[in-house]
Design a protein around this ligand. Sequence first.
Ligand SMILES: O=C(O)CCC(=O)C(=O)O
Length: 334
Amino acid sequence: MSNAPPDDDNGGLTPDQLQFFHKNGYLVVPGALPPSTVAALLDETHRLLDGFSLADHPMTRFSTGGEDGTGDDHVGDAYFLESGSKIRFFFEEDAVDASGALTKPKHLAVNKIGHYLHGLSPPFASLLKTSPTSTSTTPGTFIPNLRARPASVARALGFTDPRCLQSMVICKQPEIGGAVPPHQDSTFLYTSPPSAVGFWYALEDATLENGCLSFLPGSHRWAPIEKRLVRKAGMNEGTEMVVNDGPRFPPGEEYGEDKRDREGGGGEYVPGEVKAGSLVLIHGNLLHKSERNTSEKGRIIYTFHVIEGGEGRVYDERNWLQMPAGEEFTRLFD
Ligand SMILES: O=C(O)CCC(=O)C(=O)O
C-alpha cells in the first residue's frame, strides 16, 4: 500500500488543530500513540541504552550552545558529525566528570540517542511507514497503531515531499537532565527557504517537574532564522554558528517585526505538560525550550524532524547533518 496519503486526507488533524498550529506555531495532539506503541518504543529505548558499548565510545557529551542556543559550544566531533546515518549515544553534560569518567550507570547517563533511529531501529522506523489501515502488531513486523499518521500530518501541514532527516530519543535523565535553551529548529536543520517541522512524542509523562517543553506562542510569525549551525570547512572538523544570509522565514506567510529586543521579549513561554503518547508539532521558526530535570523521574521522548524535499527548497552541504554520498533523507511519501 502507498504511504502517500490522498489529497483530501487531513491526517487526523481537525481544522481547529490546524488553525491552532498556524496561529501559535505548535500543537499538542493527545493520544497520538496508543499505550502498546509507547511501551514498544520504550522497550526499544531501554534495549539500546543497555546494549551500547563504552569500550570504543569517545565520551561525547551533548552541549547546546549556551543560554540562547546560538553560542559556539555545540557538540561537533566526528562521532556527532557522522551520526546522521548511525545510532549514537551522547551523554548528559553532568554525567561525565573532569577525568572523563561517568558519574552514573551508562543507561542513566545518556542524554540523547541519534540521529538515524528512523532508518536503523525497526520500531522507530515503522512510525514513518505505517499505512492508514494498520491497526495491530504482527509478531516480527512491528506495526504501531498510530492515531495521527506522520505522512498524513505532513500532508495536512502543506508538505509536498516531506523528508525525515533526523530522529532522536531524548532521555532527560533523573537529577542531571540537561536544559535545552530557547531555540528554533530551523537554525539546526536549515533549508532555503526554511521548512523544518518537529514531531515530538512523549514516551513518558512530561511535566514541569521533569522538564517538559515550553513554547513562545506565535513567535514563528516574527522570530527570523538569523543563524545556522554549519560544518566547519572539511568533513570532520567541528561545527560553528554562522549568520544566515538566506531566507529567514518560510514563504507565503505574513511576518511581523522581531520582538526579542522589545520590552517583554515577545511574551511569556507557555509550558506544555503532556501525557505519554502525546504528539507535539513544532514549527521550525518557533522559539521553544525545556528546563533541567532535577527530579527523580526521567523524561524519555522520541522526536524526528521533517523538511520539505520538493521543488524550491535547498538543503545545502554546509548543514552539519549530512547523509553519506548517494543516500537521501527518508521519504514520508512513497
Ligand atoms: O525534548 C526536549 O527537551 C527538547 C527538544 C527540542 O527542543 C527539539 O527537539 O527541538
